[in-house]
Design a binder for this molecule. Structure first.
Ligand code: GLN
Length: 484
């Protein structure tokens, strides 16, 4: 009998390929888990029960005819910001309720071509704006490790679904930390790829110059497998660079780790710091070397990030006017009233706040003072990161400055919620890849260690992750609720 608590995507694909498991068996297994666990956790906005069954039957038929794929029969939970043909895609917003995309995002298409099955669409902060998955029009997702805590965000549904083994793997999107933060809070692996290596076609835009789709998995090799499948050229996304993901594990001997002191300062919970240091020391005992360094401009990263992200959001979200996209407008009203009504009723408070602030930062007279200045800082921060990465293979930091907090604890105070991203936004500003891996438990709650590497060096990040996984077996950590 298969055990979903230990089953990896790779093993599922092997078993379906050899015929010892059918794709339909696998899908039923996970649908059953979703039925039992999702009411407690609220990781899914839509469970694609019928579509998943049908897709599994197709896969089984194709296997009989000799079809083989790298993700045969593997259920994937897809963040609800990624377009899925025939499956409602809401971005956790009221404004997109009922929207069924007529096409698949490139990443989804690629996964399906390898035999993977979309099992459902996961909860998130509305339009990916948030760090706790509390800002969803469909209610918050609860952390499987402690149901009164947040999952992190904005890909909290994907984090929780994977951590509770409601799906062996999932996809998130990461504009400023949205893959890594929930990976950290839920005790799994989350990778934000280099900007321009994974197609954004079909990803509903929040801040295009910062975001990438990334894998969220329990197991490091599964993360590599998903990366292999979703990355690479696509005629529908002109920002893509030539890239071929390759990775083979050869250990961390000689790996040079930079430890920037700004990320290990007082603002960060001591227990988080201890956990990250344990990971660094463990790498050292496996042959890596580390050095404490400084990344002084990182103190401006959060401010620059939020100005850029909100500015881009204010422009990207203009399309939800009830005419092109969004809830239908009332044709009996003058157009500007109809337009305001749709946006006023359809968007949540945080989304509105960001559209207003972003519009302000871009407006004549303030553009130079805010947006342009943020862009200049972004360039300087990137240069500083790259110059460190000339001397080092990776930069190690905590993923978040604190462990998962209580639901509602920070909701009234947007600035304290934004602080959750203080360690993650640097990688998005610089465009470099970054991974979060489990660094242990603090009072029974997962915390993550983050590593950044140079452009297109996802392989180095996976090597670090694999070494830590082999030593700590973080892939065997399962939250209590998922064992029931
Ligand atoms: N928490 C950050 C924000 O709200 C990052 C979100 C994301 O990566 N999508 O902008």
């Amino acid at each position: 009998m298969v055990n979903p608590l230990t089953l990896t995507a790779k093993e599922i694909a092997q078993q379906v390929s050899s015929g010892s498991l059918s794709a339909l068996d696998v899908v039923e297994l996970y649908l059953d888990r979703i039925r039992r666990l999702n009411p407690k956790i609220n990781a899914f906005i839509t469970v694609a029960e019928e579509q998943a069954r049908r897709a599994a039957e197709e896969v089984d038929k194709a296997v009989k005819k000799g079809f083989r794929g790298r993700l045969l029969g593997v259920p994937i939970a897809v963040k609800d910001v990624i377009s899925t043909k025939g499956i409602e895609t809401t971005c956790a917003s009221k404004i997109l309720r009922g929207y069924v995309p007529p096409y698949d995002a490139t990443v989804v298409k690629r996964l399906k071509a390898e035999g993977a099955i979309v099992i459902g669409k996961t909860n998130m902060d509305e339009f990916a704006m948030g760090s706790s998955t509390e800002l969803s029009a469909y209610g918050p997702t609860r952390n499987p490790w402690s149901l009164d805590r947040v999952t992190g965000g904005s890909s909290g549904g994907s984090g929780a679904a994977t951590s509770a083994r409601m799906a062996p793997t999932s996809l998130g999107s990461d504009t400023g930390g949205s893959v890594r933060c929930p990976a950290s809070f839920c005790g799994i692996v989350g990778l934000k790829p280099t900007y321009g290596v994974v197609s954004r076609y079909g990803l509903i835009s929040y801040a295009c110059s910062l975001e990438q789709i990334g894998p969220m998995t329990v197991d490091v090799e599964d993360c590599a497998l998903l990366m292999e499948v979703i990355s690479g050229r696509d005629g529908f996304d002109s920002t893509l660079i030539d890239y071929e993901f390759r990775w083979s594990y050869e250990g961390v001997k000689g790996l040079r780790i930079a430890v920037p002191k700004e990320f290990f300062s007082e603002g960060t919970d001591e227990r988080v710091l201890e956990s990250v240091w344990r990971v660094i020391k463990l790498l050292e005992s496996n042959g890596a070397v580390y050095e404490e360094v400084s990344l002084p401009l990182s103190r401006y990263a959060l401010a620059a990030y939020y100005i850029i992200a909100m500015s881009e959001a204010s422009s990207n979200l203009a399309r939800y006017d009830g005419i092109r996209y969004g809830m239908p407008y009332d044709p009996s009203l003058p157009w500007h009233e109809a337009f305001s009504k749709v946006r006023g009723e359809g968007f949540g408070l945080e989304v509105k706040r960001r559209i207003i602030l972003g519009t302000f930062a871009l407006s004549a007279g303030y553009y130079g003072r805010y947006y342009l200045k943020a862009l200049k800082l972004r360039a300087m921060i990137r240069d500083q990161v790259l110059s460190l990465l000339k001397r080092f293979d990776v930069i190690a930091t905590p993923t978040t400055p604190f462990p998962p907090f209580k639901l509602g604890e920070k909701i009234e105070d947007p600035l304290s919620l934004y602080m959750a991203d203080i360690d993650t936004v640097v990688a998005n500003l610089a465009g470099v890849p970054a991974i979060s891996i489990p660094a242990g438990l603090v009072d029974g709650l997962p915390v993550g260690a983050q590593f950044m590497a140079n452009y297109c060096r996802e392989d180095v990040l996976l090597t670090v992750a694999k070494c830590v996984q082999d030593e700590t077996h973080f892939d065997k950590l399962v939250p209590g609720v998922a064992k029931a």
